[in-house]
Design a protein around this ligand. Structure first.
Ligand code: G3P
Ligand code: MG
Length: 247
């Protein structure tokens, strides 16, 4: 099934309205009208797949220190909602399987971002195996992205049927060679460098272009006008409302 890219992808769910990378954040993105969410994954000490952005627990949980040095059972004891707002107290860190199950229930698509670490190969193998096991067979495959070319190569080797998104910051000189080497479907670029000429250069060989992270609705409209296929945003509802007016 061809990858049908959306104009709006809820970044870490709907990170301005709910604690990022939690099931509640994905539900909130759905409530705001998003069809896709992006989230970040890494391995726990006991090789389970945790949905979380940071390397450490301090910012988004009531825990402390390195997140991925803990077992899933220990991580499940933590509160991943209180830091964001009292009404989110008691929310747990989700696993990839729990997230996929919710997205199936909500009929949503996703971009799974594999975070770089000292365990890139194991992480990628585990993530792709889990996606193959859990992703509904009747839905298009989700986009798997990473800043780490090693993870993208691993994803291609392990489960080539999942489209790959090459995440870049700035304008690396070797971007086209790298994108070709992993048969990328999309190039996911940063908003600060997203100019009209850069977008044209990326689109020319036929890549989908997604821009992170765009919270200003007017900026999102401009990027779409320049040819971006979509944007990652912490405020999917506001961006959708702006795009509904046309670009
Ligand atoms: O995948 C887009 C964006 O999430 C990349 O940066 O740090 O928010 O994961 P980060
Ligand atoms: Mg991310």
């Amino acid at each position: 099934m061809k990858l049908d890219l959306p104009q709006v992808i809820g970044h870490r769910g709907a990170a301005l309205a709910a604690p990022e990378n939690t099931l509640e954040s994905f539900r909130e993105a759905h409530r705001q009208g998003a069809r896709w969410v992006e989230f970040d994954v890494g391995l726990t000490a006991d090789d389970q797949i945790l949905v979380m952005h940071d390397d450490t627990l301090d910012r988004t949980t009531n825990g402390k220190g390195p997140a991925h040095a803990q077992t899933l059972a220990a991580l499940k004891q933590l509160d991943a909602g209180f830091w964001f707002g009292k009404q989110f107290t008691g929310i747990k860190l989700p696993t990839l399987a729990e997230t996929v199950a919710l997205l199936a229930e909500l009929d949503m698509m996703c971009n799974v971002e594999i975070k770089g670490s000292s365990r890139n190969a194991e992480t990628t193998k585990a993530v792709m195996t889990e996606l193959r096991r859990t992703w509904p067979a009747d839905k298009p495959k989700p986009l798997v992205s990473s800043f780490e070319i090693e993870c993208l190569r691993g994803a291609q080797a392990e489960a080539p049927e999942f489209p790959r998104g090459y995440l870049i910051g700035g304008r690396p000189l070797d971007w086209l060679a790298q994108a070709r080497s992993i048969a990328a479907a999309t190039i996911n670029i940063d908003n600060d460098h997203a100019t009209q000429p850069w977008m044209a250069e990326l689109k020319q060989p036929g890549y989908g272009v997604l821009v992170w992270t765009v919270n200003a609705p007017e900026r999102a409209a401009r990027l779409i006008e320049w040819g971006a296929d979509g944007v990652f945003t912490d405020a999917p509802g506001a961006v959708l409302a702006r795009l509904a007016k046309g670009v």
